[in-house]
Design a protein around this ligand. Structure first.
Ligand SMILES: Nc1ncnc2c1ncn2[C@@H]1O[C@H](COP(=O)(O)OP(=O)(O)O)[C@@H](O)[C@H]1O
Ligand SMILES: [Mg+2]
Length: 319
């Protein structure tokens, strides 16, 4: 993969984490999750997606993460998921700080699930969710077949892109292929041991609150990605966040039918509307607390202590 390290280094010298598109090296934001910033370098002709992950203190952590990342990608591909071409870039910047990027071949912004669901008719949204469930089944089947390995997946609708989607006259069909994007947080366990150093997750939280978040949320937030039922609930709850709550009851019926007919061997209990609502409320609270604490920390660091702040923070997400 042709990664332009010099351009990345230049970017790091002048990055503006508060207004990332206003820095000296022009970038365009492709998306952002709760922690990472995903962008393209406008001066780079290779159409790559760079995911900036500013959480590493030392090379040992980096090496372990690269190992976990490559393995996670391989496991998902072996399980049968379609992934974009991928690579890693990292270096020490002018301040000797480690900068780390997961790099992927870019997919079209309008092909990502959370965009598509606002464009296609309800029947096709149902079909899209069914296709996502079938991708998930590949992952949980892999875990069943490999006794020593447990694989987790973040089943958010924004993590899947429709291959070959174009906004003029495209129809989702049972043959439509999905691409899974979110591999930068490697989630697998070998004989029960987490491959990724899970506390790295929390690195973007301010240090004074890290221990508290760890105690309260780490087991719950990391563990739930290994539980298919919880991952499915998360997928449905997305429709609250995406402002399409009217779809939730029919999607729950669809998922329960899928579990009963296409995934019988997993013996997954039917999901209820109340459960999804409750889950959504508590999940929302976790991230709202997390993001507002981070904002407070940024204010402290930049305004009061006049330090730089390493993280890009998403605008307040409408929920
Ligand atoms: N390869 C890619 N090409 C284009 N856009 C991408 C790509 N990967 C991610 N994105 C965009 O960035 C968003 C966040 O990326 P993701 O890998 O899911 O990170 P996170 O862990 O922060 O959720 C995606 O929902 C998508 O909109
Ligand atoms: Mg994501």
């Amino acid at each position: 993969m042709k990664i332009n390290l010099d351009l990345l280094k230049k970017l790091e010298r002048s990055i503006n984490t508060i207004n990332p598109e206003k820095g000296k090296v022009p970038i365009r934001i492709l998306g952002f999750g709760e922690i990472s910033l995903v962008f393209e370098l406008l001066e780079d002709p290779n159409h790559l997606a760079y995911k900036r992950i500013p959480i590493f203190d030392n090379e040992l952590q980096v090496k372990r993460h690269i190992w976990a990342y490559n393995n996670y990608n391989e496991i998902l591909a072996n399980a049968g998921l379609l992934l974009p071409d991928y690579d890693i870039a990292w270096f020490r910047d002018h301040r000797n700080k480690i900068q780390f990027y997961c790099v992927q071949e870019q997919v079209a912004a309008e092909s990502v699930g959370n965009k598509i669901i606002h464009e296609i008719p309800i029947e096709e949204i149902h079909l899209l969710v069914l296709l996502i469930l079938r991708e998930m089944k590949k992952v949980w089947t892999y875990s069943r077949k490999h006794k020593n390995i447990d694989v987790g997946l973040d089943g958010q609708i924004s993590n899947f892109a429709v291959k070959g989607y174009n906004s003029n006259n495209y129809h989702i069909t049972p043959e439509t292929k999905l691409i899974y994007l979110d591999t930068s947080t490697p989630m697998f366990r070998i004989k029960g041991k987490e491959a990724m150093e899970a506390v790295l997750f929390l690195k973007s939280a301010p240090s004074f609150l890290r221990w508290l978040l760890k105690a309260l949320f780490l087991e719950e937030t990391v563990g739930r990605y290994y539980d298919w039922r919880k991952v499915a609930i998360d997928l449905i709850a997305n429709f609250f966040k995406e402002q399409r709550p009217e779809l939730i009851p029919s999607l729950i019926r669809l998922i329960n039918k899928f579990f009963a007919e296409e995934a019988t061997e997993f013996q997954i209990m039917p999901i209820t509307v109340e459960e999804v609502q409750k889950y959504y409320d508590s999940d929302k609270n976790i991230w709202v607390i997390f993001q507002s604490v981070r904002r407070f920390d940024r204010t402290l660091k930049t305004k009061i202590f006049k330090k730089t702040y390493d993280f890009y923070l998403p605008e307040k997400i409408k929920r």
